[in-house]
Design a binder for this molecule. Structure first.
Ligand SMILES: [Zn+2]
Length: 100
């Protein structure tokens, strides 16, 4: 692993540790291990931007949440609707925690 990749991994793990290795949308426990065939399991840990970068969201830790592969895909394909409203409800709920 290159120095840079190790640094990236540490940053990612810090967010997963902060969020307790749970998806902020569906609450499922996340894994950092891919399937033996190299495919990505539904509960694979990913980082999601609460406010998408394309929507003016910043790249700091407060805009990032631990998110499972499955939810990240669902959210990515929908720009409006239930999933987005839920995201904002969750993000408001967590504000106190995040801002400290
Ligand atoms: Zn999820």
């Amino acid at each position: 692993m290159s120095k840079n990749a190790a640094y990236e991994k540490r940053l990612r793990n810090r967010i997963f540790d902060r969020d307790g290795w749970k998806c902020y949308l569906c609450d499922r426990v996340l894994t950092d291990i891919k399937n033996t065939d190299g495919s990505v399991p539904m509960d694979y840990a990913t980082i999601d931007h609460v406010i998408p970068r394309s929507n003016g969201g910043h790249n700091r830790q407060t805009n990032k949440r631990a998110c499972c592969w499955s939810c990240n895909n669902i959210k990515g394909s929908k720009s409006v609707g239930k999933s987005i409203r839920k995201i904002f409800a969750v993000s408001n709920h967590n504000k106190k925690e995040v801002n400290k």
